[in-house]
Design a protein around this ligand. Structure first.
Ligand code: OSB
Ligand code: MG
Length: 367
């Protein structure tokens, strides 16, 4: 197969509610949609789910545009390949920049699936037809505002709640939510806001029977995470620290974590996500699907991935309405009774509404 044309659509959507983490405050999201068109005129779409700022990791929407436009697209245009793996090798020289690479690879999964009539879940070997869904709640001005949010999603049926925490916003919100919901599956995400000398504060979270604490320490510090994990009863889960399956191997060997967050974009694509899943499944390490405020396209990819049997914990694969007044896809992703359906249509299995893409578009390039 051969790619004849690459389109990059930078699209902006406002969040229905501003989202605050320990590291960033966001009111809108801008992702790049990648469209690949092959020599038969068939096409596929992918999403580069970067933040606009470099506060979650080093990539931004602007750096991803540079990498996709100036390197990835030229490296795949007019080259022959026969599989997603071969396609990925075309830009194998590109270091880092995994969000950009992930969006490129997602588009080729969509293309290949649409041509062969297979869904992403089928191509990956996923067996679940619906997946349990959790919700990620940002830092709020006060505990009662947070509780209103928790109430809303618990009433909607979400199967677990994740609270963003930071120094000064940790025990209080966790205690309040746990008091109101003694049985709720609850976890926290610090986005690297703590250091090893905060161990005693983090230890206090042990009494709230959390499923896990996500990325408490620096992204590049697996050694301190191992130290912390030894001290805590609560399982540590790594997000920002894990970029590929070899990182996961090292983290597990060092016992830096007991649970793994798989984010398609953070690890450079669905193929690497599947490799991490397989590695963890063989070792009975629970994994779950993280999110990056994806539009419907990336949301569908997450659900396809989460159909793999090792995804034992609910993911951040919430419905479109968690973030968007109107998603770019129709129908949107919906969650009923805490479950989302794994798409069954060819490729990613969703329909992009081009008028909505055009309405939100802030930049377009055709190569
Ligand atoms: O750390 O998991 C994270 C959103 C943006 C950047 C990082 C993270 C998150 C979330 C929300 O927690 C995930 C989602 O619902 O898409
Ligand atoms: Mg996280």
């Amino acid at each position: 197969m051969k790619i004849k044309k690459v389109e990059l659509h930078r699209v902006r959507l406002e969040l229905v509610r501003p989202f605050r983490t320990s590291s960033a405050y966001r009111t809108h999201i801008e992702h790049i949609l990648v469209r690949l068109i092959d020599s038969d005129g068939a096409d596929g779409w992918g999403e580069i789910a970067t933040a606009v700022d470099p506060f979650y990791n080093a990539e931004t929407t602007e750096t991803a545009w540079h990498i996709a436009h100036d390197f990835l697209a030229p490296m795949v245009l007019e080259k022959s390949w026969e599989s997603v793996g071969e396609f990925r090798n075309l830009y194998g020289k590109v270091k880092g920049n995994r969000f950009a690479r992930s969006g490129m690879e997602m588009a080729v999964w969509d293309l290949v699936g649409r041509k062969s009539g297979q869904s992403l879940a089928e191509m990956l070997g996923g067996t679940l037809t619906e997946v349990e869904v959790g919700v990620s709640l940002g830092i709020e001005a006060d505990v009662s505002t947070l509780l209103t949010q928790v109430d809303k999603y618990v009433e909607e049926g979400y199967r677990r709640v994740k609270l963003k925490i930071a120094p000064g916003w940790d025990l209080k919100p966790v205690q309040a939510v746990r008091e109101k919901y003694p049985e709720l599956r609850l976890q926290v995400d610090a986005n690297s806001a703590y250091a090893l000398n905060d161990m005693d504060q983090l230890k206090k979270l042990d009494e709230y029977h959390l499923l896990l604490i996500e990325q408490p320490l620096a992204d590049d510090d697996m050694i301190d995470h191992a130290e912390l994990q030894k001290y805590l009863k609560t399982s540590v889960c790594l997000d920002e620290s894990l970029h590929h399956v070899d990182d996961v191997r090292k983290a597990l060997e060092m016992q830096s974590c007991r649970v793994v967050n798989i984010k398609v974009s953070r690890v450079g694509g669905l193929m690497e996500s599947k490799a991490i899943h397989d590695y963890c499944l063989a070792r009975q390490i629970p994994v779950w699907c993280g999110g990056m405020h994806e539009f419907g396209l990336g949301r569908a990819a997450n659900l396809g991935l989460a159909s793999l049997e090792g995804f034992k914990l609910p993911g951040d694969t919430s419905g479109s309405d968690k973030y968007w007044k109107q998603d770019l896809i129709d129908p949107p992703v919906t969650v009923k009774n805490g479950l989302a359906q794994v798409p069954t249509g060819p490729g990613l299995g969703v329909n992009l509404v081009m008028d909505r893409v055009a309405a939100g578009r802030t930049r377009l390039a055709v190569l």
